[in-house]
Design a protein around this ligand. Structure first.
Ligand code: NAP
Length: 539
């Protein structure tokens, strides 16, 4: 490691999927750089999310890094959708293989960043008050890395064990014979509930709104299959690059409304049993973009749920009625709906009987007191902007980034923001990091940022700031695209909502991601390069 040194050319913040690749690129260029990581070890999302059932819902071999042929040939993904412990092992393997660990300083949480105009550098203060300086800062802090607890009265009164899913305890949590409550039924809640239902004494699921969830259809990957995947890696990454969402799934070329009901059912039966996001991404495109076809597909999925849940009343409660399939992030599940056929599991419908408060002994709804030993809050994150707004970032003239972004964030290509020179954001808001297969998106981001950095350095320059007009134009593009998306009217983290984040207007649509897809996004990035970075002031 870089010992006790505190001055660097570049500081990368965050040693997750993006930060690890970013430091690799910088080290390869011979840059004097370090990663500051708040957690006790590297891995980011795969270090923190240790709850039971946590795994990829992207195909593992589309999630891994693509930059090293040697790495691709060495690593054996054991499952099509690999689990958290294995994913963390992978991250550590990559860091060790490329000798990156010595450039990562863990246990160093950046709390404040101040731009010094005269020095043309950033000062970063960590939780102990130690100050680091660097000419350039590259943030790699993920999209979903700031957990949010619900605003429920009495949440601190509970005497049992309670925690957000992001803070699932390291030591094995005893579930046998205990009464466990899970609040929240997003992708996280659904993974946890499915995994612990047969382990907890009794399980109470506190559901406010149900989500359209479809089977993950996971399976092991044998040595022989892995060999086949290795042969296909070029094709796999090309397919991902060509697709809107960064996956291998190809949209069906037909239109739902142009084929017979039998042909629709034939495709949907096939996709319901296919791995990953097939039902969302390999479907007829009008099932996503048009109301009628979307309703018909949603009705089909509702029927599948009714067949899987024995009690018809419970089944109805698990079927969303206020939005269509795909209009919120689709959680992928493994025998989730069957959980509700178990005698030890109860669904508490918070639409019928809302939570009034948390008590010393459990959760009080408008109907009853439910005594619990453990409460898990799977209540989501402050998406895309959370990690950046969590740090006090002061740009030119002392402008605070959080204040600049009141209402909705504003960036150029999701990478730069006016008034904050020499700050590059990989996985920043209004990039495709939150809207497409994450590692595919961050490799694009890291490469673009690194090329810009190299260009600046080669020119002997020391200051980079995007022009305000160019940023405005990008925000317009982001808005125009999002406003055409059918999910824009639905409140979820896709549209920037988390009612538990105190500083947000709970009714305002926000523009936190770019929904134009990977190919269109990369075209914008390439244009910026081809035009000689004319939107960016480089001095
Ligand atoms: P989420 O999708 O934001 O879901 C939060 C859940 O908490 C919702 O069901 C929400 O209900 C509920 N909730 C919030 N406040 C509540 C309150 N006061 N009372 C009762 N319920 C409340 O969060 P998440 O499940 O953690 O997922 C976030 C994202 O992480 C996913 O969309 C996905 O992108 C990612 N993720 C990925 C994987 C993977 O497989 N790779 C796994 C997990 C998560 P309402 O809907 O009623 O607001």
């Amino acid at each position: 490691m870089s010992g006790t040194r505190k001055e660097f050319d570049v500081i990368v913040v965050g040693a997750g999927v993006a930060g690890i690749y970013q430091i690799k690129r910088l080290i390869d260029l011979g840059v004097d750089a370090i990663v500051l990581e708040g957690n006790e070890d590297l891995g980011g999302t795969w270090f923190k999310n240790r709850y039971p059932g946590c795994r990829f819902d992207s195909e593992s071999y589309t999630y891994g890094y693509s930059f090293s042929e040697e790495l691709l040939n060495e690593w054996h993904w054991k499952e099509r959708f690999s689990s958290q412990p294995e994913n963390l092992k992978y991250m550590n393997y990559v860091a060790d293989k490329f000798g990156l660990r010595r450039f990562i300083k863990c246990g160093t949480s950046v709390e404040r960043m101040v731009w010094n105009e005269s020095e043309r550098n950033w000062s970063l203060t960590d939780q102990s008050g130690d100050v680091y300086t660097a000419r350039f800062v590259i943030t790699c802090m993920g999209v979903l890395s700031v957990p949010v607890l619900p605003k429920i009265k009495g949440i601190d009164a509970f005497k049992g064990e309670s925690f957000h899913s992001f803070h699932w305890p390291d030591e094995p949590l005893k579930l046998t014979g205990r009464r466990v409550g899970v609040v929240g039924t997003g992708a996280t809640g659904i993974q946890i509930i499915s995994e612990i239902a047969d382990k907890a004494g009794e399980l109470f699921v506190f559901q406010r709104n149900p989500n359209w969830s479809v089977p993950l259809n996971n399976s092991p990957i044998s040595q022989q299959e892995m060999e086949g995947i290795r042969q296909r890696y070029d094709e796999i990454f090309t397919n991902c690059e060509k697709s809107h969402g960064g996956f291998e799934h190809q949209t069906d070329p037909r239109r739902c409304k142009h084929v017979t009901r039998e042909e629709r059912l034939e495709l949907w039966d096939k996709l319901y049993d296919a791995p990953g996001f097939a039902l969302l991404l390999a479907n007829f495109p009008d099932t996503y973009f048009e109301e009628g076809p979307n309703r018909e597909l949603s009705d089909y999925i509702a029927e599948r749920i009714r067949k899987r849940v024995h009690d018809p009343k419970t089944a109805e409660k698990l079927i969303p009625k206020d939005h269509g399939f795909g209009m919120k992030r689709v959680p992928l599940e493994t025998r989730y709906f069957e959980v509700y056929n178990r005698d030890n599991v109860r669904l508490i419908d918070l639409k019928e009987t809302p939570i009034e408060c948390v008590t010393e002994n459990g959760i009080r709804t408008s109907l009853q007191d439910i005594d619990l030993d453990v409460i898990v809050y799977a209540t989501g994150f402050d998406p895309a902007v959370g990690a950046l707004e969590h740090i006090n970032i002061l740009g030119t003239d002392g402008t605070v980034l959080r204040d600049k972004w009141t209402g909705s964030p504003s960036t150029y290509l999701g990478m730069l923001t006016h008034g904050f020179p020499n700050l590059f954001m990989v996985a920043g808001p209004q990039s495709v990091s939150g809207s497409t297969n994450y590692p595919r998106a961050i490799e694009t981001g890291v490469n673009w940022v690194t090329d810009l950095f190299a260009h600046v350095r080669e020119g002997g320059n020391t200051r980079v700031e995007v022009q305000a007009d160019a940023e405005k134009a990008w925000v317009e593009e982001v808005k125009t695209v999002q406003e055409k998306m059918p999910f824009n009217k639905v409140k979820s983290w896709f549209t920037g909502f988390n009612p538990n984040v105190a500083r947000r207007d709970p009714d305002q649509v926000r523009y936190i991601a770019y929904w134009g897809g990977g190919p269109r996004y990369r075209k914008h990035l390439q244009n910026a390069v081809d035009e000689g970075y004319r939107d960016i002031e480089i001095e």
